[in-house]
Design a binder for this molecule. Sequence first.
Ligand SMILES: [Zn+2]
Length: 191
Amino acid sequence: MIIHCTATPAGRKVTSDDIRRWHLIGRGWKQVGYTDMIHLDGTVENLVKHDENDIIEPWEITNGVAGENSISRSIVYVGGLCPDGANPMDTRTQDQLAALETYVLNCIKKHPEIMVAGHNQFAAKACPSFDVPTWLESINVDKKNIYLPKGYKRKLFPALASEPASEKKDGEPDSMEVASLMTEKDKEEES
Ligand SMILES: [Zn+2]
């Protein structure tokens, strides 16, 4: 399984029709790049039908990663860029984190021999804007299911601070205050 992001700014919704337009019309592909997509609210939407055996049949193939498509399933979460769209960022919402974890763990349960990887482990790309092996370890995925070639260099990405203000604990500084303090500090360092 290979994980992708849509490479769209944090918080921007993307529909399955957007994906179809980008891939089928924009790139002229015969099939989209992903089997399933995980929306900002954690909803999982199926784009390309698949069965649950261990073989990727021709009708299940997506254009996820050149050279890997006949032996892998590609899935995508909506996001992957910082709010202004300029740089890669791990923008997974709490709902997406939970949905992705459930998705991956279910798939491993059904197919105990699969390995899970990020697109950036096969191509010089940021996609999916987080280090997949590190995340898999953090949710206690078994080593044998983590694609981790020898000499693999872990990739660091900034993460979006996505905790809503309503979840802030008493006594914690207001997030606005923190932001303005940081800005002041940054200004000092610049001058
Ligand atoms: Zn990708």
